[in-house]
Design a protein around this ligand. Structure first.
Ligand code: GA4
Length: 315
């Protein structure tokens, strides 16, 4: 693992997926234990698939506000502006949030694009490519953790009923006045992702920050050729706390940033509980079993920055 110094003096782990498999899996486990976050390079997602998805996103956000608002009618998925979740969280961000199942993508594409069949095929290609990458990373994690069934994590997000999402976040550049005002510079406030694994790709504009310890924010240097990988709450529970879901946030700047984020999630009815191999007499189960549906319901009843796993602790 190469640890790269970031602009702000902090460091983020970088994993080169073209290296020897056993080394890669050990480095991934180390990064997930220490940070819950790493960057992958040489990930194999074709550049044209990323570029086509980026173009669809930019074309959409460039449209007049009134046209974009109409897309909001595909609720709970569709266009959002500033409002995040349903409990009063706001940020300097507009976004498109889509479920990854192909029926959902196809339905949304009619509201989002003037060429729905092209939009669907671009989005489906992107989803398939990042899902494959997420599954590969999850298999490497299982191998590094020496879990006998190396597909134990990836099976959850490969399931046809997986509740995975894809999100395009567009952070407009702030005006000079905004930049001096710290309160309006938060694009997407501090939180952890509820799902299993998140893969984020952004354009070459800085903004993403990860929390390495309470109150210490490390900027992640922008790198459009890599993917950022976040451990989500569900993976923290599955690993009985060996991996920690990373708290992160996005800040705006004087340049427009767009990120494309895939959230790998289990099916709604799937049970999440610490894997037996992760539970020992010295390290008893930290979390009670819960279904993904139950966890999601809790997540949506709380604020963005709240800790959701707290509600599922055994003691
Ligand atoms: C954070 C990760 C994903 O973007 C998301 C977000 C969701 C939303 O924007 O609707 C949530 C947020 C996210 C966590 C807590 C709840 C749900 C907003 C919110 C206050 C789509 C997700 O799955 O959880």
């Amino acid at each position: 693992m190469v640890v790269v110094a970031s602009g702000g003096g902090g460091q983020v782990p970088v994993v080169d997926l073209s290296r020897k498999r056993s080394q890669v899996s050990d480095l991934i486990v180390k990064a997930c234990q220490e940070y819950g976050f790493f960057k992958v390079v040489n990930h194999g997602v074709p550049r044209d698939i990323i570029a086509r998805m980026e173009k669809e996103g930019l074309d959409f956000f460039r449209r007049p506000a009134t046209e974009k608002e109409i897309t909001g009618s595909v609720t709970p998925f569709g266009y959002g502006n500033k409002n995040i979740g349903f409990n009063g969280d706001v940020g300097e961000v507009e976004y498109l949030l889509l479920h990854t199942n192909s029926l959902s993508v196809s339905q949304a594409s009619h509201a989002i694009s003037s060429d729905p069949s092209n939009f669907s095929s671009v989005v489906n290609d992107y989803i398939e490519a990042v899902r494959d990458l997420a599954c590969e990373i999850l298999d490497l994690m299982a191998e590094g953790l020496r879990v006998p069934d190396k597909s134990v994590f990836s099976n959850l997000i490969r399931d046809v009923d997986s509740d995975s999402l894809v999100r395009l976040n567009h952070y407009p550049s702030g005006s000079g006045r905004d930049i001096k005002d710290h309160r309006v510079r938060v694009g997407f406030g501090e939180h952890s992702d509820p799902q299993i694994l998140t893969l984020l790709r952004s354009n070459g504009v800085a903004g993403l920050q990860i929390s390495v310890q309470d109150g210490v924010w490390v900027p992640v240097p922008p790198d459009p050729s890599s993917f950022c990988v976040n451990v989500g709450d569900a993976l923290q529970a599955l690993t009985n706390g060996r991996f920690s879901s990373v708290r992160h946030r996005a800040m705006t700047s004087n340049r427009t940033r767009m990120s494309m984020v895939y959230f790998g999630a289990p099916p709604l009815q799937a049970w999440i509980s610490p894997l037996p191999e992760m539970v020992t007499a010295e390290r008893p189960s930290l979390y009670r079993p819960f279904t993904w549906a139950e966890f999601k319901k809790t997540a949506y009843s709380l604020r963005l920055g709240d800790s959701r796993l707290e509600h599922f602790k055994t003691h």
